[in-house]
Design a protein around this ligand. Structure first.
Ligand code: SF4
Length: 333
C-alpha cells in the first residue's frame, strides 16, 4: 500500500466512464499501492451501466450519483460552449470533477483522477482544455491523469510523493496501441466497449433537447427521458406529442409518464402507438394528438377513427379523421 510521505494509505477517487482508459488508469494507480475508488455520474443523457460492469470486473468500488439537476443548470450556460451538437464536454468534465471534489473533501480522498489521454479527442482533451477543466472544477492541483501524466506538468500529488510519477504513463493521441499492450500486462481480459454513449453528441437527440430548452425555462426530468424515445411533435410553445415507434418505445414512454400531468392516447380499435400529450390540454390539442395517433396506425387517411384518451383515471373516446402522415411533418421536431 502506497503511503507516500504519510503513514496512512493514499486514496484516489477516479471518474469512471466504464471504458478501457478508466480501467487502465485505476489499475495503474492500484499497482503502486494506491487505494482507488470510482465515481460515475448519471443523467438522462448518459448512464452508469458501463461503469457498473467495469466495477464488477475489477472489484474497484463504484459510487453512482445522479447529476441531472445540476447538469441541466450547467447546460443553460456552459462557459466553454457546446461541441458539434449539444455536448458541453469541457464544462461537463469540470462539473464532474467539481462533484467528485465534494466527495474528496467529505470522504477524505487525497486526489482525483481520470482516464483522459492527451490528444485523444482534439477539442476536449488538448492541453488547454485539460487546464480549463482543472481551473473550472474548483479542484486545480488535485487532478491526476495517470495515462498521460508524463506529458503534463508535475502535479502536487507527484511532487509530494503521494504518487510515483515514474510509474505513470505518457500516452498521447488516438492510437490504442499502448492501451492494448497494457490490457495484456494487467491481465484485463474483458472490458466494456468505450463509453461513447452520450446522447448529447447525437444530432437528432440534440435537436429535440434544444427545442425543449428553448421552450421551457423549467424542465422536468421525465421530459428529458421522453426525448430518448419515439417521434416528437410540437403543437405550441408548451405542448408536445410523443409517439412510440415500437413496443420498447411504448414501454419506456409509459414507464416515465406522469399520470397526473400527461395524457395517454391510444387507438380504440387498431394496434398502434402509445401517444403522450404533455402541456396544454385544450380540446384542439387533444384532438390533434388523437389525429397524430391515428396517423401511425393502419387507419387510412380520411377514415373516421375512434381514439381512447386517458387523463388521470378517466377515459373518453374521441372520434377524429385520420390525417395524412406527411401533413404532420411541419410539427415534427
Ligand atoms: S461526450 Fe457527453 S459525457 Fe462525455 S464529456 Fe462530452 S458531454 Fe460529457
Amino acid at each position: 500500500m502506497n503511503k507516500g510521505k504519510t503513514s496512512r494509505p493514499i486514496k484516489g477517487l477516479g471518474l469512471c466512464s466504464g471504458g478501457l482508459d478508466s480501467i487502465l488508469s485505476a489499475l495503474l494507480l492500484q499497482r503502486q499501492g494506491i487505494d482507488v475508488t470510482w465515481v460515475c455520474f448519471e443523467t438522462p443523457f448518459f448512464s452508469a451501466d458501463s461503469a457498473k460492469k467495469a466495477s464488477q470486473q475489477t472489484h474497484i468500488p463504484l459510487i453512482v450519483i445522479d447529476l441531472t439537476i445540476e447538469y441541466m443548470k450547467m447546460m443553460r450556460h456552459p462557459r466553454a460552449g457546446f461541441g458539434k451538437n449539444m455536448n458541453p464536454c469541457m464544462d461537463c468534465h469540470a462539473l464532474m470533477f467539481a462533484k467528485a471534489g465534494e466527495l474528496l473533501k467529505k470522504e477524505g480522498f487525497d486526489f482525483l483522477f481520470s482516464g483522459e489521454v492527451l490528444g485523444q479527442r482534439p477539442k476536449s482533451q488538448n492541453k488547454n482544455s485539460l487546464r480549463y477543466v482543472e481551473k473550472n472544477s474548483g479542484f486545480d492541483g488535485h487532478i491526476l491523469r495517470p495515462l498521460c501524466a508524463k506529458r503534463l506538468p508535475q502535479t502536487p500529488m507527484e511532487k509530494d510523493g503521494l504518487v510515483d510519477r515514474e510509474q505513470l504513463m505518457d500516452i498521447t493521441g488516438r492510437s490504442r496501441k499502448v492501451q492494448m499492450q497494457m490490457t495484456k500486462d494487467f491481465g484485463v481480459k474483458e472490458f466494456p466497449s468505450p463509453a461513447g454513449g452520450c446522447l448529447l453528441t447525437d444530432k437528432i437527440f440534440s435537436a429535440r433537447l434544444k427545442d425543449l430548452m428553448d421552450h421551457h425555462e423549467h424542465i422536468e426530468t421525465r421530459h428529458l427521458y421522453f426525448l430518448k424515445f419515439g417521434r416528437h411533435f410540437r403543437l405550441d410553445s408548451t405542448t408536445k406529442v410523443i409517439v412510440g415507434r415500437s413496443k420498447n418505445d411504448n414501454k419506456n414512454l409509459s414507464d416515465h409518464i406522469d399520470k397526473t400531468h400527461d395524457i395517454l392516447i391510444k387507438h380504440a380499435d387498431l394496434p398502434g402507438p402509445d401517444v403522450i400529450l404533455t402541456g396544454n390540454f385544450s380540446l384542439k390539442n387533444i384532438q390533434k394528438a388523437a389525429e397524430i395517433c391515428s396517423a401511425y396506425t393502419k387507419s387510412n387517411p380520411g377514415d373516421q377513427s375512434l381514439v381512447k384518451v386517458r387523463s388521470r383515471d378517466e377515459e373518453s373516446i374521441l372520434s377524429i379523421q385520420t390525417p395524412v402522415t406527411k401533413d404532420l411533418k411541419p410539427l415534427m421536431i
